[in-house]
Design a protein around this ligand. Structure first.
Ligand code: DC
Length: 220
């Protein structure tokens, strides 16, 4: 690949975005940036410090004092590796809640644009196609039925040794979809120029292959 490219992926939680994006990044030899992990890290910090989920001067101060970085596959919150800690249902809800505040989004989007500047990246989230990289060469909206996403999430949680009750996971997925899609600031939605990929009946490999095929077809 000679010129730098941006691959933007949006979609709801549990649709397999990050698994797919990671694999595409390895295949194409480009960097992967998980923007959801950044909102999760901030959500974790707010939970830990017991900061109310409101746009307050305290939140603005917290944003100024918080450092979120990636080191390889790990995410660091003020230097602490929180890669595993941010994957709990409680942090998922906190991430969804704090991501609704414009001041939080502005801070994150700026950081994401900086991270992706001057190199080829694949980035996934909710607002990548329309806000973070509106000029991305490749844009996809990856989704799947809520029931299928809940089944996948349960399997993932169980594999990590966590208890998971399907009905509860499904209810959380639906609540988060609702929060993310109905917030005023950059609600989750498919960008007009993004291609919809419904992975309900697709394997990870098929989705990865599909995206890599699209990129190769345009870049070879
Ligand atoms: O992709 P994820 O499930 O790890 O994201 C966690 C939450 O962060 C999600 O519920 C909404 C928010 N988010 C966002 O608002 N914008 C992004 N680009 C990525 C995530």
């Amino acid at each position: 690949m000679n010129k730098t490219i941006k691959i933007a992926i949006d979609g709801p939680g549990g649709a397999g975005k990050s698994t797919v994006a990671k694999a595409v990044a390895v295949r194409l030899g480009i960097d992967y940036i998980d923007t959801g992990a950044m909102y999760r890290a901030l959500g974790l910090k707010m939970l830990r410090l017991d900061i109310p989920m409101e746009d307050t001067p305290q939140l603005r101060q917290l944003l100024r004092e918080t450092e979120i970085d990636f080191r390889g596959k790990d995410i660091l919150l003020d230097g602490e590796n929180v890669t595993e800690l941010i994957r709990t249902p409680q942090v998922s809800m906190a991430a969804s809640a704090c991501s609704a505040f414009p001041v939080v989004r502005e801070t994150m989007v700026k950081a994401q644009q900086k991270m992706g500047a001057d190199k080829s990246v694949i980035m996934d989230g909710r607002d990548i196609c329309e806000v973070v990289f509106p000029d991305a060469e490749f844009k996809f909206f990856i989704t799947a039925d809520a029931e299928e996403r809940a089944r996948r999430r349960c399997k993932e949680l169980q594999e990590k040794g966590n208890d998971a009750v399907y009905e509860q996971v499904l209810a959380e997925i639906k609540e988060r979809d609702h929060n993310d899609a109905t917030r005023a600031a950059s609600p989750m939605r498919k960008a007009e120029d993004a291609e919809l990929i419904d992975t309900t009946a697709m394997t990870i490999d098929e989705t990865v292959e599909y995206i890599c095929g699209k990129v190769r077809a345009k870049n070879l």
